[in-house]
Design a protein around this ligand. Structure first.
Ligand code: SF4
Length: 468
């Protein structure tokens, strides 16, 4: 755990590109452990109904709700999300009818008096839904899960191209108080190459509407490694975005996985992708620019203003990680609704069917639309805790882990601790008889450290993107 109020590492000295070149390898982002690639379609093995029942025994704690709203009007060619491309507006209302069925089916097995601590609308494009449909979804949530906590963190992913003031007012009225804007890149040539035309005035307008309507934290998503990007153009994008004064930024490395996302093949055909060195230079430019502007490197791709809850949670050692990335709220059971969404309760993960047709057919048959999942073994649960401590605290305290995991940590994980020797020699971690600490230089390689504790990885596996 990082000591409260301990000064964070100086950003300007915390990048060593040679180190990143040497150690950056494909790996999971650890928004869950085991990663979703390990879920199984063997329904009996994850005991769906039992998992929900167990999570709702008397005295169970707060819940977090996720809604996957999958529609987009056009496809951005880099996109890795589960989306349905359509311009047919009626799709939204029909989808909401089915979402209501799924919510009621699930809620029938739940203690719905549990406090709701977090709500998230993800996509797709949540504002594909007309304002009146967003209001209907808000009313459904309040009706089915009536015990919303004061200060409930309610965030929405926003595509500034598909936003009106009426959307913002509807979101405000149903309780949304945080927004995450997909900007990606402000350069018109890059936008043309990725099939996403988004003049910067749209971003400025979205910020103005959201601020005027009381949204208290606004995040911007950027991606580096896209076609036609150069370190210079990406630096200009960052300058444009800094002009918006966001509270947080997520600066993702583009994951080129055309064998999973065929739309990305066009980037290979056109040979417009920057090479690894250019990509690294963009990462460095973003890091230097953002930390130079006073943002704190929260970990992986996340930056936040020092006064933002995320940066405070990092300082106080209370950071958590969930399917949306870093979070200040932990300990809640996650119930997710909509195609392909993933729920996480107790020792269970469950993912919904991925196509509209299959998801809807399951609901028509009166059953929960789950496709695959996982019941974590005791060993999985221990590994999950170790990896989450590394990703959130950047530190392992062997005595604390021995107590919380109820095993002799040093003995049980001796091989994993020993495997860190090369990372220690390169200054990525510091090992003592009682701790492992990721250094400031090692912070960009956090997930490489975590991978040493992950036995699910197979050598040479290519289903993950590179660390940077
Ligand atoms: S709008 Fe967002 S979810 Fe939709 S295709 Fe583009 S990046 Fe993907």
């Amino acid at each position: 755990m990082i000591t409260p109020h301990e000064p964070l590492p100086s950003p300007a000295v915390s990048l060593d590109l040679d180190l990143i070149r040497k150690h950056s390898i494909p790996g999971p982002r650890y928004t869950s452990y085991p990663p979703a690639t390990k879920f199984t379609a063997d329904q009996e093995s994850y005991e769906l109904e039992d998992a929900i029942d167990e999570d709702n025994r008397a005295g169970s704690g707060p819940i977090s709700l996720y809604f996957h709203l999958p529609f987009c009007e056009t496809r951005c060619w880099f996109c890795g999300c589960n989306t349905v491309i359509t311009k047919r507006r009626a799709s939204a209302g029909e989808y909401l009818d089915d979402l209501a069925r799924e919510m009621r089916l699930t809620a029938a097995r739940m203690d719905t008096s549990r406090p709701v601590t977090q709500i998230h609308f993800g996509g797709g494009t949540p504002t594909f839904f007309p304002p009146e449909e967003l209001r209907r979804l808000g009313a459904l949530i309040s009706e089915i899960f009536p015990n919303r906590e004061d200060g409930c963190e309610f965030s929405v992913e926003i595509d500034p191209r598909r936003l009106t003031l009426e959307h913002v007012e509807a979101l405000r009225d149903i309780g949304a108080n945080r927004a995450s804007l997909g900007v990606q890149d402000t350069n018109p040539r890059v936008q043309l190459a990725i099939h996403r035309h988004q003049p910067h005035y749209m971003n400025e307008r979205a910020f103005a509407w959201l601020r005027a309507n009381g949204f208290r934290s606004i995040n911007v998503d950027l991606i580096f490694g896209l076609p036609l990007q150069t370190p210079e153009t990406f630096t200009k994008t960052i300058d444009d975005v800094l002009g918006l004064d966001p509270d947080r930024l997520s600066v993702f490395s583009y994951a080129h996985v055309p064998w999973i996302k065929p739309a990305q093949k066009i980037f290979d055909d056109r040979e417009q992708l920057p090479d690894a060195e250019q990509k690294l230079a963009m990462f460095a430019a973003a890091h230097v620019k953002l930390t130079g502007a006073g943002y704190i490197d929260v970990g992986l791709d996340h930056f936040a203003k020092p006064g933002d809850e995320l940066a405070i949670a990092l300082r106080q050692g209370t950071l958590h990680r969930n399917f949306q990335g870093y979070s200040t709220r932990g300990g809640a059971s996650l119930y997710s609704f909509g195609v392909s969404s993933i729920s996480s309760t107790g020792d269970s993960y469950r993912q919904n069917l991925k196509t509209l047709e299959e998801w809807r057919a399951a609901l028509d048959a009166g059953r929960l639309p789950t496709e695959r999942g996982l019941r974590l073994s005791d060993e999985d649960l221990r590994r999950r805790e170790i990896i989450m401590r590394l990703m959130c605290d950047r530190r392992l305290d062997f005595d604390a882990l021995t107590r919380s995991l109820r095993v002799d940590f040093r003995k049980r994980y001796a091989a994993e601790i020993a495997s860190l020797a090369d990372l220690e020699a390169d200054g990525i971690v510091v090992c003592t008889p009682d701790t492992v600490t990721v250094t400031a230089l090692g912070a960009p390689l956090l997930r490489v450290v975590a991978m040493r504790f992950d036995p699910t990885l197979t050598a040479g596996a290519t289903q993950h993107s590179r660390t940077i």
